[in-house]
Design a protein around this ligand. Structure first.
Ligand code: 0FX
Length: 241
């Protein structure tokens, strides 16, 4: 059985490589590829990965593989791919809440639950039948970064515990109870443009800034009187007793 893992995420690919060294995975051939639209693939190449364009390689994928696993792939899988072969997605959000881009960012702001979801892919984004999920509890001082770190740990735990059952189709997919909500990249970009005259509680403002604080990413910003962008981040630390 040939399994194609398409991922732009070093941590998740490293976990696949680690877990699949166990004897029970010996009968399966794993092939690791990153999306050809990835502009910074050096760390993925160093794991032995090669590029694939999932939009233009559908025929090749259908001919050569038995299962596709997407683990944070930059490309959206086309309809003829998801309908032609079993495709499983590992998604950093708790479907159907805040499907789409950067789920934990939106969870910090709108209070919807966060977590990790493994699901069968259909034509819509982060939408198909759910195989397994893991809820991640966020606390009031989490930033996007700390929340995302927790979500990634949840994803890693799901891979370690359930990968074999996904391959063997040893699960019951469940339709999400509701459609939920979807956020696109434009929703994220709109959040990043701070309106200095926006009215709200201090709690709402704190939530917005911690949702947009993530490592070195220059997210939240306002435009000063000179027309320059000024970037904003926030630091929260709990008292150490
Ligand atoms: O692995 P991943 O979470 O993202 C990948 C793909 O790059 C992305 O296109 C796809 N939608 C996703 C399911 O899988 O890594 P990332 O570095 O793109 O994003 C990780 C987190 O970093 C994100 O949740 C929020 C934060 N981030 C990312 C970017 C690009 C920001 O705060 N600002 C940004 O500009």
């Amino acid at each position: 059985m040939n399994i194609l893992v398409v991922s732009d995420n070093v941590l998740l690919v490293s976990e696949f490589i680690r877990v699949t060294k166990i004897d029970c995975f010996a009968p399966f051939n794993f092939f690791y590829k990153y999306s050809s639209i990835n502009k910074t693939p050096a760390s993925l190449i160093s794991l032995g990965m090669t590029a694939i364009n999932v939009k233009t390689s559908v025929k090749e994928i259908l001919a050569n593989y038995d299962l596709v696993i997407s683990a944070h792939c930059k490309q959206i899988f086309p309809k003829d791919l998801v309908s032609g072969i079993r495709c499983i997605n590992i998604h950093p959000g708790l479907n159907p809440h805040n499907r789409g881009w950067f789920p934990q960012v939106f969870s910090i702001i709108n209070g919807k639950p966060a977590g990790a979801t493994v699901h069968i892919m259909d034509e819509e984004i982060d939408h198909g039948d759910i195989i397994v999920q893991s809820i991640v509890d966020l606390c009031e001082y989490d930033t996007s970064q700390t929340a995302y770190d927790k979500v990634q740990q949840a994803e890693i735990a799901l891979i370690e515990k359930h990968l074999l059952s996904w391959i063997n189709e040893d699960y019951i997919g469940t339709k999400p109870a509701e459609e939920g909500n979807y956020n696109g990249i434009q929703d994220f970009k709109a959040l990043c443009e701070l309106d200095l005259n926006q009215k709200g509680t201090l709690q709402e403002h704190l939530n917005l800034l911690r949702a947009l604080t993530h490592g070195d990413y220059a997210n939240a910003h306002y435009i000063n009187d000179e027309g320059e962008k000024v970037f904003v981040k926030i630091e929260l630390a709990k008292e150490v007793k």
